[in-house]
Design a protein around this ligand. Structure first.
Ligand code: FA5
Ligand code: MG
Length: 415
C-alpha cells in the first residue's frame, strides 16, 4: 500500500493507456481528500487532485536518495548525508533489523509501515504534532532543514502519525531512521532508529487508555528483556501526548531511558477527524536496545562496514558481540573565542564532518567569559579512536588542523 507523503515523488501509470506521470507532493489534506502536486513529467499545469483517485495500486513511490542528499540537503554534514538511504533497519542480518523484528513479533496484529524516505514536511514533523514554534527541537542547531526550509530529515517517527490517523489507520507500527544534531559520545549519534506504535481504542476514558498503554508497554519490555526485568514509568512531557510517560529500564544497575509515550492529544485526534476517540502512542530508540542485547560498546559500530563486525550478526539471533580489538585513543583540546549565536552542536557537527568516524567523543571541558573584554571562550576535548585500526599521530593532527582551519574560515579565533 502506498500512502502519499508530503515532499515525496511518485509515478502514476494509467491502466488503459499505460501513460505515466511523475509528480511531487506539496500538500496533502486528507480530510478534504485533496492533494496539491507539482508535475514533473509530462510538463503540465495540474495542481490539485483528489487523493482517492490517485492513491491506488497504480501508484509507485520514487525515492531518489542521491537527489535528497545533493539537492534538498546539500549543506548538511557529509557524514550525515552519506547515512541517508542505508536502510540498516531493512538489512535482515543487521542488529537494528534483528531488534526491529523482535518488536514487530510482539505487535503481531498491528499494521506495519516503513517509509524509506526520511524527508518529511515541517508540518508533519512539528506543526501537526502541536510542537510550538519556540520549541528547542525546531532550532536549526537541532534539526536538519532542507535548503527551502519546507522539509526536514524526520527527527522522530512520530512525523508519520497524523498522516496515518487521517487515513483512519489507527493501530500501527512505524520504523525508520531519524536525524538530530546531537552531542558525540558512545550512546549518541546524529542518525539513529525509532519504532513508533499507535493504538486508538475508541470512545473510552483516559484512564482506560493509560491502563492499556502501560499493560502493553510492560508486556513489550518483558518480551524484550525477560520477565525479571526492572523498569518503571516516569511522568514526562511531550506536546503531542497528555499525560505522557517515559519508561526507564534498569540494566547492569544503571537506569536507561528507552521510550517516550502517552495518551494522544485530543486536538490531534480532532484534527485527524477522530473527535471523541481516544488512544495511545509511544516512540522507542533501537540503538540503545541493540547495544544491550548484543553487548555493543559503541554506537558507531552500527555503521561499520567492516566484515569483522557485520559477520557477527545473524537474523533472529541475539549473540554477544566480540570487539575485534580496542584500539588506543588520543586526546586533543581546542580552545577558541566564540561569538554570539555560537552553538556547541555546530562544533560537534564540524568535528563529525571532518573526522568521519574517527572521533569517539567530544566534550566541553571549559568555558569562561573575560569580565574586562566580555569575550567568551570555550575549550572542547576531542577523543580520537577508530573502531577499525590504530590512528597515527599524523592522521590525528591532519584532522585537527582541518578542524582549526574550518573554524578560522568561519571567523573564530583559536586560542
Ligand atoms: C521522541 O522522539 C517522541 N517522539 C517519542 C514519543 C512518541 C512520545 C509518541 C510520545 C508519543 P525522545 O526524544 O525522548 O522522544 O526519543 C525517544 C527515544 O529515542 C529515547 O527514549 C531514546 O531511546 C531514543 N533516542 C533519543 N535520542 C537519541 C540519540 N541521539 N541516539 C540514540 N537514541 C536516541
Ligand atoms: Mg526522551
Amino acid at each position: 500500500m502506498v500512502i502519499l507523503q508530503e515532499g515525496q515523488v511518485y509515478k502514476i501509470i494509467t491502466d488503459k493507456t499505460q501513460k505515466s506521470m511523475t509528480f511531487y507532493i506539496t500538500y496533502v489534506d486528507r480530510l478534504k481528500d485533496e492533494v496539491f502536486v507539482k508535475v514533473f513529467s509530462p510538463f503540465s499545469l495540474y495542481e490539485g487532485f483528489r487523493i482517492s483517485t490517485i492513491e491506488n495500486k497504480t501508484l509507485k513511490e520514487i525515492i531518489d536518495f542521491e537527489k535528497i542528499k545533493n539537492f534538498y540537503f546539500e549543506n548538511i554534514p557529509f557524514s550525515i548525508k552519506n547515512k541517508i538511504g542505508k536502510l540498516l533497519y531493512q538489512k535482515e542480518n543487521h542488529p537494528i533489523c534483528i531488534v526491529k523484528n523482535k518488536i514487530n513479533d510482539f505487535f503481531e496484529k498491528y499494521d506495519k509501515f516503513e517509509f524509506q524516505n526520511p524527508m518529511v514536511s515541517v508540518r508533519n514533523n512539528f506543526d501537526n504534532l502541536l510542537i510550538p514554534q519556540n520549541h528547542p527541537g525546531r532550532k536549526e542547531s537541532d534539526t536538519f532543514y532542507s535548503e527551502n526550509k519546507f522539509l526536514v530529515l524526520r527527527t522522530h517517527t512520530t512525523a508519520h502519525q497524523t498522516e496515518l490517523l487521517k487515513k483512519k489507520i489507527t493501530k500501527f507500527i512505524v520504523t525508520g531512521d531519524v536525524y538530530r544534531r546531537d552531542t558525540i559520545d558512545a550512546s549518541h549519534f546524529p542518525v539513529f532508529h525509532q519504532v513508533e506504535g499507535v493504538n486508538v481504542l475508541g470512545s473510552v476514558s483516559d484512564k482506560v487508555v493509560i491502563e492499556h498503554l502501560k499493560d502493553t508497554l510492560s508486556g513489550l519490555i518483558k518480551h524484550l528483556f525477560g520477565n525479571d526485568v526492572k523498569y518503571r514509568f516516569i511522568d514526562e512531557y511531550f506536546p503531542f501526548t497528555n499525560p505522557s510517560f517515559e519508561v526507564v529500564v534498569e540494566y547492569h544497575g544503571i537506569e536507561m531511558e528507552v521510550l517516550g509515550s502517552g495518551v494522544i492529544h485530543k486536538d490531534i485526534m480532532k484534527n485527524c477527524g477522530l473527535e471523541g476517540q481516544n488512544g495511545w502512542a509511544f516512540g522507542m530508540g533501537l540503538e540503545r536496545l541493540a547495544m544491550i542485547f548484543f553487548d555493543i560498546p559503541d554506537i558507531r559500530y552500527f555503521w561499520s562496514e567492516d566484515p569483522r563486525c557485520l559477520s557477527q550478526f545473524k537474523a533472529g539471533e541475539f549473540t554477544k558481540f566480540q570487539p575485534y580489538s580496542k584500539y588506543p585513543s588520543a586526546i586533543r583540546d581546542i580552545s577558541m573565542w566564540i561569538t554570539e549565536g555560537f552553538e556547541d552542536n555546530y562544533f560537534f557537527d564540524l568535528v563529525r564532518d571532518l573526522s568521519e568516524n574517527l572521533v569517539e567523543e567530544v566534550s566541553l571541558t571549559d568555558s569562561f567569559t573575560n569580565p574586562k573584554t566580555n569575550r567568551s571562550s570555550k575549550t572542547f576535548r576531542i577523543k580520537f579512536r577508530s573502531i577499525d585500526k590504530t590512528l597515527t599521530g599524523e592522521e590525528i593532527d591532519k584532522i585537527l588542523n582541518e578542524i582549526k582551519q574550518e573554524l578560522i574560515n568561519k571567523d573564530y579565533e583559536i586560542r
